[in-house]
Write a protein that binds this ligand. Structure first.
Ligand SMILES: *Cc1c(COP(=O)(O)O)cnc(C)c1O
Length: 367
């Protein structure tokens, strides 16, 4: 059972959709698939424009940094992925101000206010909606609103790789929202997507940057239902299948289901004495801080067939993360909390009494 917060398992109907022969990307057949996928993607983002890039999520992060910063960037670092925005700025010698926090701590809107007041040349803000390093939800919508009230021309770039397809995002003040194929969209890795506002497109067109990750070139081509370079055809076909499925199920139903599963998991694990790591948990994953992390993960994998993620850097061996993104079956989520309770019994932390499952069922199934 793969319950890591990315990559997530690829559903069978998506694997089947992708199992046909490779089709040439410069054909009416592929253009029709591309057009439909693009339309569904724009709908999923709820934004004016969308582009697909044949790269992992980081490619989209890099494209947004280089195409949307003309003067100075403000980056928010509460973990590995926020840190990455800063590193991309450094790689291109783009001046930046970085707001750094512990990995359990969301960005403080007052720090953003101060940074903008001290640096009138900041023209783009880069932040995760969910910082996956600790499963933390940043108050992106409030930060975006504040920033726009101070400077309507500022670009707000939100990394939504573990948020798009997880919850409904208010994109009113967002200019670019990034996602990737291997998280909530349940595809193999290799495709990145960016939702864009009209203002972002205008800024990109005014001063394009780069070659492969030149968003002006991509937007122009993709509006014609093709790509600048060879398209990731198979992944695009898979994306169409999953987006059609999500639309048919209902976006709100998916979000409500994910939220309920996340809440049931958090409450079940709290009820057996475990501590939630982030101060503001996102619904994409449940992150637990525990001194028994390594033992719990080992028992889960070897004895109960549950593969969950650990932590990175200074949180290695200290936290574990259980995925809620995508089409996680009820019985998988319920089994995961039960397995954690069994593991705690095995390592002598707490006697098993079925509390985790009971709480999970109560919240998730309302029994
Ligand atoms: C997974 C992830 C990424 C992208 O990483 P890639 O390995 O380049 O796909 C970026 N941001 C967040 C928040 C993520 O969870």
């Amino acid at each position: 059972m793969l319950l890591t917060p990315g990559p997530t398992p690829v559903p069978e109907f998506v694997r089947v959709a992708m199992s046909g022969e490779t089709i040439h990307h410069r054909t009416p057949e592929f253009e029709a698939i591309f057009a439909k996928t693009r339309e569904l993607l724009i709908e999923l983002f709820g934004m004016d424009e969308a582009v697909m890039l044949a790269s992992s999520g980081t490619g989209a992060m890099e494209a947004c940094v280089t195409n949307l910063t003309h003067k100075k960037a403000l980056t928010v670092n509460s973990g590995k992925f926020g840190e990455r925005f800063g590193k991309i700025c450094d790689a291109y010698n783009i001046p930046k101000v970085e707001l750094k926090y512990e990995w359990d701590t969301p960005c403080d809107i007052n720090d953003v206010k101060k940074a903008l007041e001290d640096n009138s040349d900041i023209d783009a803000i880069f932040i995760q909606i969910c910082e996956s390093a600790g499963g933390l939800r940043h108050p992106v919508e409030e930060i975006a609103k504040l920033a726009k009230s101070k400077n309507p021309n500022i670009m707000i770039v939100a990394d939504g790789i573990t948020a798009i397809g997880v919850e409904k995002i208010d994109v009113t003040n967002l200019d670019a929202v990034i996602t990737g194929s291997q998280k909530a969209l349940m595809l193999p890795p290799g495709l990145a997507m960016i939702g864009l506002s009209k203002a972002a497109v205008a800024k990109i067109e005014a001063k394009p940057f780069g070659y492969y990750l030149n968003l002006k070139t991509e937007i122009k081509k993709q509006r014609e239902n093709t790509t600048a370079w060879t398209a990731a055809t198979t992944l695009t076909i898979g994306l169409k299948a999953i987006l059609e499925h999500i639309k048919a199920t209902g976006y709100d139903k998916l979000y409500a289901n994910t939220a309920s599963r996340a809440k049931a998991t958090r409450e079940a694990l709290k009820a057996i004495g475990l501590d939630i790591y982030p101060k503001t948990p996102a619904d994409s994953m449940t992150t637990i801080i525990s001194e028994h992390t390594s033992k719990i993960r080992k028992i889960l994998k070897e004895e109960f067939d549950v593969n969950i993620a650990g932590g990175q850097d200074h949180l290695k061996g200290k936290i574990f993360r259980i995925n809620h993104m995508g089409l996680v079956a009820d019985y998988e989520a319920a089994w995961a909390v039960n397995a954690v309770e069994l593991a705690l019994d095995k390592i002598g932390v707490r006697k098993f009494d079925g509390t985790a499952n009971q709480i999970f069922n109560k919240i998730y199934f309302g029994v």
